[in-house]
Design a protein around this ligand. Structure first.
Ligand SMILES: [Zn+2]
Length: 260
């Protein structure tokens, strides 16, 4: 048991040091000016033009992920969901989210940005999700694939489970949603370490929580975030890292003694 704990800890440490890992989530965006949303940020689920809908479980997991993201902001509530069909709210939601298939997730080439920040890479043939930020002229029909929308690749396998382990080969829908929502909130860059939500790639089965570096990207984009880390996020991850280091160190010392 102790030996397996040591092996698991060593593997976890090795993996955390690996510079690239998993499948690319999306191509990201060129660095450039940020366009932050005023709060509240209204959002809504949408059904795709060809009838791809959301299950109750998927919607619940996405709502929880968006509320979790909003909990780090000073503005409260940051996100307000507009129920589908609510005609009492005249304003269109600022962000919409829907599924799309291979008709959207393909190589669209590159599109020049509207503000001269360079070309936007629109080879999204292998992307897991994509935030269609309204910063470029879309090569597609925006009546079919609206801008201001988060797309989730329906050809991939997803799990909405809040806890590991996920089914084999399944990407964590809430984590991918967090990544795309942060792009939509004006975070262009990807993060440097694979435990960060804004890292460029994700492995099937991986569940991520916001790291300090993820929050820094949001602060750099112009948002006011709370100073105190949310319980269960960074502090918990740090504690887990300390335990892993301790176990690895104990294991290493025992191995050294065995060699003497
Ligand atoms: Zn990305």
């Amino acid at each position: 048991m102790k030996h397996s704990l040591c092996v698991m800890s060593a593997v976890a440490l090795l993996l955390s040091a690996t510079p690239t890992w998993g499948e690319i989530i999306d191509p990201g965006f060129p660095a450039g000016p940020h366009y932050t949303f005023d709060s509240p940020i209204t959002w809504q689920f949408r059904t795709s033009w060809d009838g791809l809908t959301w299950s109750e479980e998927e919607m619940t997991s996405i709502r929880n992920a968006i509320d979790y993201l909003g909990s780090f902001f000073v503005a409260s509530p940051l996100f307000v969901e507009i129920p589908v069909g609510d005609v009492a709210i005249a304003e269109d939601p600022k962000v919409t989210i829907r599924k799309a298939g291979a008709d959207f997730f393909k190589d669209w080439g590159a599109a020049p940005s509207k503000d001269g920040r360079g070309n936007i890479d629109l080879d999204i043939s292998k992307a897991i999700g994509f935030a269609a930020k309204d910063i470029f002229e879309p090569p597609w029909d925006p009546g079919t694939y609206p801008m201001g929308e988060i797309y989730i690749n329906n050809t991939k396998t997803f799990s909405s489970s809040p806890t590991a382990p996920l089914p084999d080969g399944a990407y964590h829908l809430p984590t991918v949603t967090l990544h795309e929502m942060q792009h939509m909130l004006s975070v262009n860059s990807h993060a440097e370490h694979r435990d960060e939500v804004m890292y460029e790639s994700i492995e099937p089965g991986e569940i991520k929580q916001l790291q300090e570096s993820d929050k820094k990207l949001l602060k750099d984009a112009g948002y006011n975030l709370k100073l105190v880390p949310e319980p269960g996020s960074t502090a918990a991850m740090l504690a887990a890292g300390v335990v892993a280091l301790f176990l690895y160190g104990a294991c290493f010392q025992r191995r050294l003694r065995a060699c003497q």
